[in-house]
Structures are given as C-alpha cells and as structure tokens.
Design a protein around this ligand. Structure first.
Ligand code: MSP
Length: 641
C-alpha cells in the first residue's frame, strides 16, 4: 500500500516560523521513514494563497496580490529547499490545476444536491464596509476594527449541507478510533459535531481574491470560500479533476495539522470527501503549539523564532532533532535555547558523536582502521540481542508519530554500546593480548552505529549519511532490509576518519528573546524612593485588579440624583452589579454597550441598599467627569496594567 503524507498549506501573509517548521519536519521525517522501509510515498506541502486576509496583507504591503503571494510562497519553498525537505510536490492554491480541481469538486457536490444557494447572514460594519465572522467580533457584536456596532446583513451565498453529515461523521469517528491522533483529541471534535452542525457558507461575494465559480454555475459574482479551496489541495495535488494521475495515492495515510486547525480537518474535510464519494484519510495527526521560553510567540513581542536563524547558527538537523525529541506528539512544546543546546551537547555530541570518534580512534590504533564483524557474535551475543530488541520496538512509535519516544528508544542503542566498551575495555584486552575480543567490541559498536544511523536517517538525513559513509555503506531501502530486517552484520571494511559531527556548543549563539519588563528594576526604584516617599512599589499597584468591562444594562436608581445601576460584563459567569455616581454626566441609555474600566477586587459595598461589586474609573475636573475607557474595544475581563 502506498503512503501519502501532507502538511497544512501555509498562508502567504508572513514568513515561516518555528511552528511551520515543526509540522514540516515531522511530516518530512515520516515520509523519509516510509521511503526507507520501501513504501511508495508521496509527500505534499505548499501554500494557501486566497482569501480576504491575503488580499489585505498584500494591500498593506503595497503590492498586487498575486505578486505578494508569489514572493511569500517562494520564501516558503526556498526555505524548505534550503532545509532539504523531501516534498514530492509543492502546491500553490493559485496554480491553475488546483483551481480546475476545486471547480470540479464544487460541481460534483452541487450535482449531488449537497450545495444550494441561499442567503448568508453575517455581521457587517457599515463604516468599514466589511463582513466579520462571529469569531472576530468583540463581545459578539462590535467591529474589531473601528469598535462600532455591527449589523446583521444578508449576502447571497452557496451553502454546503454540512448538517446532512452530522450522523455520518459521528458514526465514522466511532468506527475509526485512530482517525484523529493522538486519540485524546477526538473528544473535542465529537462534542462539536454532536452539538449540531450548521450548513457551511462556501462562497463569498464581498471580495474577489479566490477561485472563481465553475462556468457551468453561470454565477461569477461568487468566489470560493478559502477553506473549501484550501482543503481540496490535498486531492488536487494528486490530479483530482484533471489528469488524476496520482489519485491512487488517495486516501492519505497521515495529514499533519496544528491543533488550531483540527476542526477544519476532522469535520469539514471528511464531510467534503464523503460528498465527493472519496475515502477519508487514515489519520489526522494534530500536533501542539510551540512557545518560546514559555511565552506565546508574536510579532509584537518580537519573540518569534525564525527557523532559518536557528538553522544557520546551529544546523538544521540539530533543530529537527531537538523539535522531534523534545515534545510528545500532540502536546505543546517550548523552544528555549538552553534546552536546545543541552540536547545537542549531551545527546548528539556526547552519546552519538563521541561513540563514532572512539571507534575510529580504537580501530586506528588496534587494526589500522579495519573493522571486521566475524567475532562479534562470539563475544557479544547478549548485546546483539539487546540491540535487536530495541530495533524491533521502534516501528510502532514512528507509525504513531511518537517521534520523541522513537528517539528515546533509539538512544538505548548508544547505552548498549557504551556499556559494552566499559565492560570489555578493549584497551585492557589489547594489553592482555586478547586482540580478537578487543576488535570484536569495536566491531559491535560499529554495527550498533550503522543501525542507529539507518533508523536516525529520517530525522537527520545528512548527518547519518556521513556516519554511514564512514562505515562504508549507503543508507537506503536495501541497507534497511539487510541490517534492520535481516539483521546481518557489517562485512569487513576500513573505517573513514570524519571531523567531529557535533562540536560542543559552549555558549548560546542566538540572541535571547527580548524580555518584556513588567516594571523598573528594584534598584532604580529605591533610588527614586529616597526622593519621594509617596511612591509605591510596582507590586502595590498590581494588588489592584483593573479590568475592561462592558456595560450590558444601565438604569437610574430611583430617588437618587447621582446614582446609576449598571450590569457590567467582566468576562465572568454573570455580570457584576456596579452602582456608580455618574448620573449627572451620563444617561443610562448612552452607557449601554460601551466599555469602561473597573476596579474588580474591591470588597462589595452597599449603596442605597443595593450591592455594588466594583468601581468605575473616571476623571473629574472643573469641566465635569468623564469615564476612562479602552482606546479600542477589548474582550470583557481583559486585565489592565
Ligand atoms: N492555511 C491554513 C491551513 C490550510 S490547510 C488546508 C493555516 N495556515 S497557517 O500558516 O496559519 O498555519 C499552518 C500551520 O502552522 C498550522 O498547522 C498551525 O497549527 C501551525 N502553527 C502556526 N503557529 C504555530 C505554533 N506557534 N506552533 C506550532 N504550530 C503552529 O492555518
């Protein structure tokens, strides 16, 4: 059976970061592993180039959209080429073949009765003349750009009957417990589907940067919704809707995605495939999120790890090793330079690099660099059987994408080798005239290294080729069969000297992420303290919990000249009641749906017999009072500080 492995296609609105590199590394490693085992394999990656987001990014950069997409798409492709990523095809959603395939899929779904025309009700900001999806609205109704209230407006749209697939999807998840890996992730998908699926709007008329409707629909004011267009890349890349030449690779064996886009891949995508009468992928592998030094990466914080920078400084294969060893598949991972350097020095340099150097040194001294396995079985049958035990256990880890367990297990080979060297001390045996035994130990280690380099090859292709070259063999399916499956020993060969593969890293080579300083250093504060006793420590300020609140309801307090009674949403389970003395300056009506700043950790107090559970921030001078408000809409409950 053939193997088809995919990465998500990357948006062309920014440069690649380490999260993109991770998905690509893991997919590349699995593809290389399958090829090593002799499987017919197709590995796909590419770029996602349509939609309003890309159109806007291009505009911001002052470039025609296609030119902008061309540039960023090329930057992804160049990076993967630089990194030696072994993709079989790099697809772009602006490729003509892809567009033809998407149109064909649309026609097929339409002919089947799964697509119908209706009206899309969306949130429209008149001032910005833009529709916003519900997820982007502030507090479910405010425009994320200008803060004005959005209106619900109707736009003509084609809909995919997603609701028809609810039961079929649920049944499929039940029958295929490994459809989503790790298995723990399927619950969120099931819950979402079980909660009810609404039909999906799959075309837009509010922008034009997308795949056009098929001619047969005779309706060119619509373009395809970007996720319909994007998901279909996985089959158009195989020729769907055109020459179909590679369609026998379908269904995919593993489709790698980040956890944030699992829903699209585990719900919409299978429903589209069911509609097209195509089989579903075997596995959707959902990986976790990468942070840097424990913090979410973002352009504004300036802490995004650029994979190119790390690779240029430390070597791309070291980065691959680190990322695939560091995190259990599916869980979030953290990139810290210290953890990275520690792994290079201890696991790659000490455990692997030194071992190779040691046998080059020993064989040079004892046997003129000639290594012969003829006595290995006699002196080291125990080690050989331990070695084979480790090798036999590896496959299941890679098949389940558990690269960290795979590597952890693989490293046991080096313990076996090092232990054999310590126990058999070839230098002592040589002194005692037991040359055969000494040389058998050296040959055992060479055999272990040969096998380790084959199995490590999918993760560190070039480094392991260098090791194999030193050991006079080539890593390919033939050597995999010979040494891993049939467990043959290396025949006599002359070992080559190689420069150290993993020079120790003594100090960090990359600039650390800028630290977000929460306050001035203590020393500085003390200096100021001497001058002004009224100053407080920063910690004292943070004892006050200030939050953004949204006024949900407001009414006058009867018989009070000053007080208004407000219900304020602070992002908690229910709104807080705040009694505020602002009636002379604000009417109840004008406050509703506006945002304010609230002291959220005041002890509740009673005012005119009513509980007040917070205090508003306001500024008052001789001209009157005004409320302190966030400059832009923020989610209710956003902390201020
Ligand atoms: N274009 C869509 C995918 C369409 S697939 C039919 C998309 N693109 S993306 O460029 O935003 O993200 C691509 C992948 O990178 C996603 O799988 C996402 O999870 C992953 N990552 C983005 N940031 C990440 C981290 N910080 N850490 C790990 N992966 C993250 O979504």
């Amino acid at each position: 059976m053939s193997k088809y492995i995919t990465t998500p296609i990357y948006y062309v609105n920014g440069e690649a970061h380490i999260g993109h590199a991770y998905t690509t590394f893991i997919a590349d490693s699995v593809a290389r592993y399958e090829r090593l085992k002799g499987e017919k394999t197709f590995f796909l990656t590419g770029t996602d180039e349509h939609g309003q987001k890309i159109e806007e990014s291009a505009q911001k950069n002052g470039k025609p959209t296609q030119e902008f997409a061309d540039e960023i798409s090329a930057s992804f492709k160049n990076l993967w080429d630089d990194f030696g990523i072994s993709y079989d095809k790099f697809i772009r959603t602006t490729d003509e073949e892809h567009k033809i395939g998407v149109q064909k899929a649309f026609e097929t779904m339409y002919a089947k009765g799964d697509i119908y025309k209706d009206f899309y009700e969306g949130h429209y900001c008149v001032s910005c003349e833009t529709f916003f999806p519900e997820t982007q609205l502030v507090d479910g109704e405010f425009c994320p750009d200008c803060g004005r209230t959005t209106n619900i407006v109707k736009e003509e749209s084609y809909f995919f009957r997603l609701s028809n697939y609810q039961d079929k999807l649920l049944a499929y998840y039940e029958e295929h417990p490994d459809f989503v890996l790790p298995r723990s992730r399927i619950n969120e998908v099931k819950n979402f589907v079980a909660g009810g699926l609404r039909d999906l709007s799959v075309t837009r008329t509010s922008f034009t940067w997308g795949v056009k409707m098929p001619k047969s629909m005779n309706d060119d004011k619509h373009v395809m919704y970007v996720w319909l267009d994007a998901l279909l890349n996985y089959i158009t890349a195989l020729g769907y809707g055109k020459d179909e030449k590679n369609m026998d690779f379908w269904p995919a064996s593993t489709q790698f995605v980040g956890k944030d886009i699992l829903r699209f891949h585990a719900i919409y995508w299978p429903a589209f495939l069911m509609s097209l009468d195509l089989p579903l992928p075997k596995h959707i592998g959902a990986h976790g999120w990468w942070t840097r030094d424990g913090e979410k990466m973002s352009k504004s914080k300036g802490n995004v790890v650029a994979p190119k920078e790390v690779a240029d400084l430390y070597g791309v294969e070291n980065l691959r090793y680190f990322m695939l060893r560091e995190v259990p598949f599916g869980q979030d991972g953290d990139f810290s330079q210290k953890a990275f350097i520690d792994r290079i020095n201890s696991e790659l340099s000490n455990d692997l690099g030194n071992l190779l150097n040691r046998i080059i040194g020993m064989s040079g001294k004892y046997s003129d660099f000639i290594i012969d396995s003829e006595d290995v079985q006699i002196y080291h049958s125990k080690e050989l059987s331990n070695m084979n035990g480790v090798l036999d256990s590896l496959d299941k880890f890679m098949e389940n994408m558990q690269t960290h367990r795979y590597l952890e297990e693989l490293w046991k080979l080096f313990s076996i080798a090092n232990k054999a060297i310590e126990e058999h001390a070839p230098w002592v045996k040589m002194k005692e005239g037991k040359t055969e035994e000494a040389l058998a130990t050296v040959a055992l280690v060479a055999n272990i290294l040969a096998r380790a380099s084959i199995m490590l090859h999918p993760i560190m292709p070039n480094t392991t080729n260098t090791i194999a070259d030193a050991l006079s063999f080539i890593i390919d399916n033939a050597s995999y069969k010979k040494f891993i499956v049939e467990k043959q020993l290396l025949s006599s060969f002359t070992i080559k000297k190689v420069p150290p593969l993993f020079p120790r890293i003594e100090e960090p080579l990359m600039q650390e992420a800028p630290k977000v300083e929460p306050c001035k250093p203590k020393e500085e504060l003390k200096e100021i303290d001497k001058e002004d006793d009224n100053l407080i420590e920063i910690g004292q300020f943070f004892e006050t919990s200030l939050k953004v609140g949204t006024v949900m309801e407001a009414e006058e307090v009867p018989k009070s000249k000053k007080l208004l009674k407000l219900q304020v949403d602070l992002g908690e389970e229910k709104p807080r009641q705040v009694i505020a003395g602002i009636k002379e300056f604000y009417s109840a009506e004008e406050l509703v749906n506006t945002q304010i700043c609230v002291v959220a950790n005041l002890k509740p107090a009673k005012l005119m017999g009513m509980m007040s559970e917070g205090m508003l921030l306001a500024a008052k001078d001789e001209d009157g009072l005004c409320l302190v408000r966030p400059e832009k809409p923020k989610k209710s409950g956003t902390p201020i500080g």
